[in-house]
Design a protein around this ligand. Structure first.
Ligand code: YSA
Length: 369
């Protein structure tokens, strides 16, 4: 700025005049500063090693002694004053900057937080878990079987051979044969065609083939039926199979277990059930269990089809032919078995008027649970 001229005219008056100009320029610019980084840069321009004042001090060395002492002390004083002014300004800027950050980033820690939406369990899962816990407390253990099943396990071993009219009870989704997939879970060489299991009863056979009595098992799972849907019928629904085999199992044992289960599940001590004689080829005798409709209090609704009763399960005493099919010595063992329609239980428990709501994907419905 002035260094070029200094080299030409060495004289203390000019030097003092230059010092004044430096001071004036520095103070004016400093007064307009509003930014910390720009102020640091400005400070270096005036006070840094190559800044205006340092160049002045270097030039002062070349003055005669008297003039050097006079201008030198003026320059040093100015350096100290400007350093103080810059430091003061920087301190102010840092303070206001800190305050504005605090202002901007202020949060009220006492305000209630924003809840992150969380998923939750489907009502069918909730009830299945409840049901499992109740049966576990009565000594039953949970076992599983495949959803893609063979004709042998779904029908033949359950005393329903091909062409038996009882097969019509279960409208079936048959699968097209595929060698690769057959190799995987379900062997099908001698087990007939593959299908989507129409009930959980084949799990009984799979379990008995590999285990000796006595035992108590439950097998919850998905089943499929090729049938028309309505308020209480779906093509895909859940069943919970139960099987207890021992030496002296009776219908009275079955009635106690199932009544206890339903009363605890519905938390209703006086829950009414009724056993109706029915036919399933794998039990003798066979029956169906109805529960007094809680949805309408037996006044009649779409769920119970205006009858006041909802059919919940098929059941019976295990047929000796089934024991023979799995290799047990006939007459040595007795047992009861049942297949509960879990969707219907959930409908009752939560007052759901239409089974089709379960898989509708309607969040207004699902968010209620
Ligand atoms: C019977 C005797 C046993 O020793 C063991 C199990 C059984 C049950 C048999 N395997 C069975 O599937 N019987 S069932 O066809 O009557 O179905 C059992 C229950 O599933 C019914 O009582 C009903 O609650 C439910 N269900 C049947 N079809 C349904 C259905 N739920 C929803 N939609 C459908 N389409």
């Amino acid at each position: 700025m002035f260094a070029g001229r200094l080299r030409v005219r060495y004289n203390d008056e000019i030097m003092l005049d230059e010092l004044k100009k430096i001071e004036q320029s520095a103070r004016e610019k400093l007064a307009n500063m509003g930014d910390i980084d720009a102020t640091e840069v400005l400070k270096i321009q005036f006070l840094g090693r190559k800044g205006a004042l340092s160049l002045m001090l270097r030039a002062i060395k070349n003055l005669p002694e008297q003039e050097r002492i006079k201008t030198g002390s003026a320059a040093n004083r100015l350096r100290q004053e400007l350093e103080a002014a810059f430091d003061k300004k920087l301190a102010e800027l840092k303070k206001t900057n800190h305050e504005s950050v605090l202002q901007r980033e202020w949060i009220d820690v006492t305000r209630p937080g924003v809840k992150t939406p969380r998923g939750h369990l489907h009502p069918l899962t909730l009830v299945r878990r409840d049901a499992e816990a109740i049966f576990h407390s009565m000594g039953f253990v949970t076992v599983e079987g495949p959803e893609v099943e063979s004709e042998r396990y779904n029908f033949d071993a359950l005393n329903i051979p091909a062409n038996h009219p009882a097969r019509d009870m279960w409208d079936t989704f048959w699968l097209r044969s595929n060698q690769k997939s057959q190799k995987s879970k379900v062997k099908s060489q001698n087990d007939g065609r593959l299908l989507l299991r129409t009930h959980t009863s084949p799990v009984q056979i799979r379990y008995m083939e590999t285990h000796e009595p006595p035992f108590r098992i439950i097998a919850p799972g998905r089943v499929f039926r090729y049938e028309a849907t309505d308020a209480s019928h779906e093509i895909q629904f859940y069943q919970l199979e139960g099987l207890m085999v021992d030496r002296h199992v009776s219908i009275a044992n079955f009635k106690f277990v199932i009544q206890e289960f339903l009363r605890r599940l519905f938390r209703k001590q006086n829950l009414e059930i009724r056993l109706r004689p029915s036919y399933f080829p794998f039990v003798e005798p066979g029956f169906e269990v109805d529960v007094a409709c809680i949805v309408c209090n037996q006044k009649g609704c779409s769920v119970c089809k205006r009858s006041g009763w909802l059919e919940m399960m098929g059941a019976g005493m295990v047929h000796q032919k089934v024991f023979a099919a799995v290799g047990y010595v006939p007459a040595e063992w007795t047992g009861f078995a049942f297949g509960i329609g879990l969707d219907r239980v959930v409908m009752m428990k939560y007052n759901i008027p239409d089974i089709r709501l379960f898989h509708s994907g309607d969040l207004r419905f699902l968010k209620q649970f």
